[in-house]
Ligand binder design. Structure first.
Ligand code: ATR
Length: 289
């Protein structure tokens, strides 16, 4: 247990439910290793308490907050300022204390960017397929368009949601973004794609499924990037690997969205060896080798 004293800075996470979060492990280990007097705690406000929670946090001098499901969109109504990238995505996962309130950022996007860099996955000039069109897909699509993907295909169960996301992306960037019904994947141009998997299909406890299960799809995959990390190797990853693709899970994104928030709050840069040490701790916590 670290020493808490009169100068300890408090950060935390607002999510509901919050009980299974790995963020306290990430931030409290960072604070310890980087010798910063900060403690990170979980909060579980209800939706109708969110505005009061943000105002109360400010009154209590809380330095920063992460925000997770289901509050990432609604919390924007309680902020004093919003970073332009977070505003474009339409979701905020990090609050930073400023004069009079909090400014919202989205470190899911910067975290995903750093995670993919660490995994050696390039986006520039790639043909990218995004599976899903929800909140996480928004982040992935903005990142890919912003990083110069050659083309983006949004495949989703509900076509209308894919259309809405593709329109939004084309409104912000030059990258061509095409909506597809998931089951129409055979009509994709023949390519070896970078596929980013953003749906919850395949996540524990439904570990035996993937958003697409047909082998023909996986023959078009060059790199499979699943944003799920429980299980550590998802069915999506297994299918891709069996067709010769490289596959990655979402644990590094989780780690780096936390590191990016920590760096903003503490005006510091986390060295790679500390990041890797925390990655190993996360794996241990998830009971993977
Ligand atoms: P998140 O913030 O995690 O992205 P979300 O906004 O609820 O969560 O989005 C979930 C995504 O997973 C959506 O693309 C959803 O598809 P729909 O738009 O058709 O709802 C997709 N999804 C969830 N469950 C699914 C399932 N059983 N089969 C296929 N897609 C699913």
């Amino acid at each position: 247990m670290k020493d808490i004293n009169g100068r300890t800075r408090i950060c935390g996470l607002m999510a509901n439910p919050v009980g299974h979060t790995l963020s306290p492990l990430i931030h409290n280990t960072l604070a310890e290793r980087m010798n910063i007097n900060m403690a990170y705690v979980p909060f579980e406000p209800k939706k109708n308490e969110l505005d009061a929670a943000v105002k109360g946090a400010y009154a209590l001098n809380i330095l920063g907050l992460n925000v997770s499901v289901p509050h990432k969109v609604q919390v924007m109504d309680s902020l004093s300022a919003i970073d332009p990238v977070a505003a474009a995505i339409g979701a905020v996962n990090t609050l930073v204390r400023i004069e009079g309130g909090y400014q919202g950022y989205n470190t899911d996007i910067t975290g995903l960017k750093r995670a993919m860099e660490m995994d050696g996955v390039e986006i520039k000039d790639r043909q990218v397929v995004i599976l899903g069109a929800g909140g996480v897909a928004q982040t992935a699509a903005h990142l890919c368009a912003g990083e110069g993907a050659a083309g983006i295909w949004i495949l989703n169960r509900t076509y209308e949601n894919a259309v809405a996301l593709a329109k939004k992306i084309e409104g912000f960037y030059y990258t061509k973004c095409t909506p597809f019904r998931t089951e129409d994947f055979r009509e994709l141009p023949k390519n070896r794609y970078l596929v980013i998997q953003t749906t919850s299909v395949g996540m524990y406890p439904n570990v035996d499924h993937a958003a697409i299960e047909e082998e023909e799809f996986y023959q078009m995959v060059e790199t499979a990037y699943d944003l799920v990390y429980t299980p550590f190797e998802t069915m999506f990853m297994k299918y891709a690997v069996s067709c010769g693709a490289k596959a990655y899970n979402g644990l590094r994104m989780l780690l780096y969205q936390g590191i990016c928030a920590y760096e903003i709050w503490n005006h510091t840069v986390v060295p790679e060896e500390v990041a890797e040490e925390i990655y190993a701790l996360l794996k241990k916590e998830l009971k993977v080798k």
